[in-house]
Design a protein around this ligand. Structure first.
Ligand code: F6P
Length: 545
C-alpha cells in the first residue's frame, strides 16, 4: 500500500492536548461572554471570500481556542496533504488510487499526471463529448427511434451516481430547460414503475450511470427498464434511447450500449465526488453546458481558495476544525445542516453520503483502530420547514448540536417580501440559539397575561431557552451554478481536512461492501430456499418471506 499521506496519532500532538485543556477551561463560558471579552471577535470570526460570507463567531470558542485549532491543522501536516491530493498522488492508498475530482474543474493550466500519463486530454475529451451530446438532445436534433425529439430523461444510478446529479438538478431548477429529468435509484421495483408512469418511450432517454457497472440496484433497474422499453419499441431503438456513464467499458458494451453512447469516467474520481465528471450528464442535460461549466468554475475557484488561503482565512479548513472541536472535544455526535432555500432541500442527503461514507472509519492510516471519535453524523432539512419540525430539540433538548445555516441574500424570482421573511428567520434563529431566553425575560413576557403569579412561576421553566447553542452562518449572494459549485466543493474539502487530521483514509468505502456481499447470499436463499448458514433471527425472518 502506497503511503502518501502523513501517518500520525493526533492525540499525541501538543496542540491536541492543549485543546483538551483549553476546552475544560472555557466549557462553562457562554458564547456571549466571548463577544464581551473580544471586542474584535468579528475580525477573525467573519470570513469573506468572493460571494461568500462565513460567520463563525456564534461558537463556543474564543481566539485562543481558534489559534490552537489552527495549530492542530499545522501539526497534522494538512498543507502538504492538500498538495499531495491536488498533485495526483495516490492518497486513496487502500484502493491504490489518486483522488482527482478536483482535476475535472481545475482552473490551473499545469499538467496533472497519473501513472506518468497526463490526464487533462482525457478530461477534455470526455467533457467535450458530453457537451456535444447534451447540445444535440437539448436542441431537439437528437431523435428517438420514431423520429421525435427527446422530452424526458431518466437517470438510472445509485449513491454518488444518483445523489449528486439529483441534488444539483433540483438546486438549479431555476436554470432548467424544457427537459424533464427523473431519477431511479432504489432496487425496489415500485420505484422505477412510479418513475416510468406517463413516460413515452419514443421521447425518453435513459442514462445509466454506474462507475463500476456492477451495482445490483442500477443493473436491475436498467434491465427492467430496457424490458419495459422493448415492450413498446424495436430492439434497434436502444441506441437512440440508452446511454451510459462508466469506467467499465467492457460491461457497458455487454449491456448493449453503443460505443459512441458511452461516456467514460476514471477511477481517480470517487463515486460521491463524481458529479463534476460525466456522471453529471443529467445536470448538463437539465441546464446546458454553459451552466454546467459555471458549476465547475465555482468549484475550481473554491479549490484555489482551499489551496492558497492562509489557514485562519481558509473556509473549508476553519469549518473542518470547528467540526473537530465539537466532535472530539465536546462530545457532540451530530451536526445539522439547514439550507434556507427549498432548492437545496436535498443537500443534507447528498452530504450524508459525502461525509459519512468518507469519514465513517475506525481504522487509522497506521492500520490500527483509532482511539477517538471520527465521522460526524449529518442530518438536516430546509429552513424554514425545519423550524416547524426538529428545531424544538436543538433549542430546548439535552443534546449539543452544532449547526450550519446556509442562506442566500437575493432570491431568484425577486419576491422581496418573501425573501425578507426568509432571511429574517435565517438570522433570527442563529441569534436565538445563541442568546436564548432567561427566566426573567419569560416572566416579563407573562407580566400582562391573566395568569396568577404562581401559574407564571410554574410555567416559566418550560419557556426558558438556555441558549449558547453553536452555529455557523454561510451567507451567499445568490444561488447560481457558480456559487453552488463553490458550496459543494467547500464541503468536499471540509471532509478531507477532517480525514487528514483524524489519520483516516477518506476516499475508500469498504464498509459498503459487506452489505453487497450479504445481499447476494440472502437473495440466493430467498430465490432457491434457505441453504446458507445464518443466525436464528435471520433464519426466522427468512422463513417469514
Ligand atoms: O455505496 C457504495 C458506492 O460504491 C458509492 O460510493 C457509489 O457512489 C455507489 O456505490 C454507486 O456505485 P456505482 O457508480 O459503481 O454504481
Amino acid at each position: 500500500m502506497s503511503k502518501t499521506l502523513p501517518n500520525h496519532s493526533p492525540k499525541d500532538f501538543s496542540s491536541w492536548k492543549a485543546i483538551e485543556e483549553h476546552q475544560k477551561n472555557i466549557a462553562s463560558k457562554n458564547i456571549l461572554s466571548h463577544f464581551e471579552n473580544e471586542p474584535n471577535r468579528m475580525d477573525y470570526a467573519g470570513l469573506q471570500w468572493e460571494d461568500f460570507y462565513v460567520d463563525i463567531s456564534k461558537n463556543r470558542l474564543d481566539k485562543k481556542g481558534f489559534d490552537l485549532l489552527i495549530e492542530l491543522a499545522k501539526e497534522s501536516e494538512l498543507i502538504s496533504a492538500i498538495e499531495a491530493q491536488f498533485s495526483g498522488a495516490k492518497i486513496n492508498a487502500t484502493e491504490n488510487r489518486a483522488v482527482l475530482h478536483t482535476a475535472l474543474r481545475s482552473l490551473k493550466k499545469e499538467a496533472i499526471l497519473v501513472d506518468g500519463k497526463e490526464i487533462n486530454p482525457t478530461i477534455e475529451a470526455a467533457q467535450n463529448k458530453m457537451y456535444a451530446f447534451c447540445e444535440e438532445v437539448i436542441s431537439g436534433r437528437w431523435k428517438g427511434y420514431s423520429g421525435k425529439s427527446i422530452t424526458h430523461i431518466v437517470n438510472i444510478g445509485i449513491g454518488g451516481s444518483d445523489l449528486g446529479p439529483a441534488m444539483v438538478v433540483e438546486a438549479l431548477a431555476h436554470y432548467q430547460n424544457h427537459l424533464d429529468i427523473r431519477f431511479v435509484s432504489n432496487v425496489e421495483g415500485d420505484h422505477h414503475v412510479e418513475v416510468l408512469k406517463g413516460l413515452n418511450p419514443e421521447t425518453t432517454l435513459f442514462v445509466i450511470v454506474s462507475k463500476t457497472f456492477t451495482t445490483q440496484e442500477t443493473l436491475s433497474n436498467a434491465n427492467s427498464i430496457r424490458d419495459w422499453f422493448l415492450t413498446q419499441a424495436p430492439e434497434g431503438g436502444i441506441a437512440q434511447h440508452f446511454v451510459a456513464v462508466s469506467t467499465n467499458l467492457e460491461k457497458t458494451q455487454a449491456f448493449g450500449i453503443a460505443t459512441e453512447n458511452i461516456f467514460p469516467m476514471n477511477d481517480w474520481v470517487g463515486g460521491r465526488f463524481s458529479l463534476w465528471s460525466t456522471v453529471g450528464i443529467s445536470i448538463c442535460l437539465a441546464v446546458g453546458s454553459q451552466h454546467f461549466k459555471a458549476l465547475l468554475q465555482g468549484a475550481g475557484k473554491m479549490d484555489l481558495h482551499f489551496q492558497e488561503a492562509p489557514l485562519e482565512k481558509n473556509i473549508p479548513i476553519v469549518l473542518g476544525l470547528l467540526s473537530i472541536w465539537y466532535n472530539n472535544f465536546w462530545g457532540a455526535e451530530t451536526e445539522a445542516l439547514i439550507p434556507y432555500t427549498q432548492y437545496l432541500r436535498s443537500l443534507p442527503a447528498y452530504l450524508q453520503q459525502g461525509i459519512m461514507e468518507s469519514n465513517g472509519k475506525s481504522v487509522g492510516r497506521n492500520g490500527k483502530r483509532v482511539d477517538f471519535q471520527t465521522g460526524t453524523i449529518i442530518w438536516g432539512a430546509s429552513g424554514t420547514n425545519a423550524q416547524h419540525a426538529f428545531f424544538q430539540l436543538i433549542h430546548q433538548g439535552t443534546k449539543l448540536i452544532p449547526a450550519d445555516f446556509i442562506g442566500f441574500k437575493k432570491s431568484l424570482n425577486g419576491n422581496e417580501e418573501h425573501q425578507q421573511k426568509l432571511l429574517a428567520n435565517f438570522i433570527a434563529q442563529t441569534e436565538a440559539l445563541m442568546t436564548g431566553k432567561t427566566k426573567n425575560q419569560v416572566l416579563e413576557e407573562l407580566r400582562n397575561t391573566e395568569l396568577t403569579e404562581i401559574q407564571k412561576q410554574e410555567l416559566a421553566p418550560f419557556k426558558v431557552f438556555e441558549g449558547n447553542k453553536p452555529t455557523n452562518t454561510i451567507l451567499i449572494e445568490q444561488l447560481n451554478p457558480e456559487n453552488l459549485g463553490a458550496l459543494i466543493a467547500l464541503y468536499e474539502h471540509k471532509i478531507f481536512v477532517q480525514g487528514v487530521i483524524w489519520n483516516i483514509y477518506s476516499y475508500d468505502q469498504w464498509g459498503v461492501e459487506l452489505g453487497k456481499q450479504l445481499a447476494n447470499t440472502v437473495l440466493e436463499d430467498i430465490q432457491k430456499g434457505i441453504s446458507n448458514p445464518h443466525d436464528p433471527s435471520t433464519l426466522k425472518l427468512l422463513s417469514k418471506i
